[in-house]
Design a binder for this molecule. Structure first.
Ligand SMILES: [Cu+2]
Length: 119
């Protein structure tokens, strides 16, 4: 009796957990892509996610040879895309740290390392 109630319940909870995990924002594509070499001192970032994200409550930080700074993110061409730009980068190794709030209320984070080289 208990078994017959418990099993469907466990299956239902398992399905809920799976669909929640899918709802977290996952980075699908970035420009520049990870480990890219960017020529010049200017970079425009495009981060595309698998779900809608709240651009106003998402954060971007760029860490490089001269230290860290935050970049104000803006919504890209749709609610699944973040855009930011930075200028005046010295040649070197950088890491863009992203921290986004997806519409399901969960935060996810990741990073995009890249290199800038002199033109
Ligand atoms: Cu989630």
């Amino acid at each position: 009796m208990i078994k017959s109630v418990l099993l469907p319940l466990m299956v239902a909870l398992g399905l809920m957990a799976a669909s929640e995990a899918r709802a977290h924002a996952v980075l699908v594509e970035s420009s520049p892509p990870a480990e890219a070499e960017v020529v010049g001192a200017k970079v425009e970032f495009h981060l595309r996610y698998n779900s809608r994200i709240d651009a106003r409550r998402s954060r971007l930080a760029l860490k490089g040879p001269a230290g860290s700074k935050t970049l104000p993110p803006q919504q890209g061409e749709n609610e699944a895309e973040l855009v930011a730009r930075v200028e005046g980068l010295a040649p070197g190794r950088y890491i863009l740290f992203w921290d986004v709030l997806s519409v399901d209320g969960h935060v996810s984070r990741g990073q995009v390392p890249f290199l800038t080289i002199a033109p």
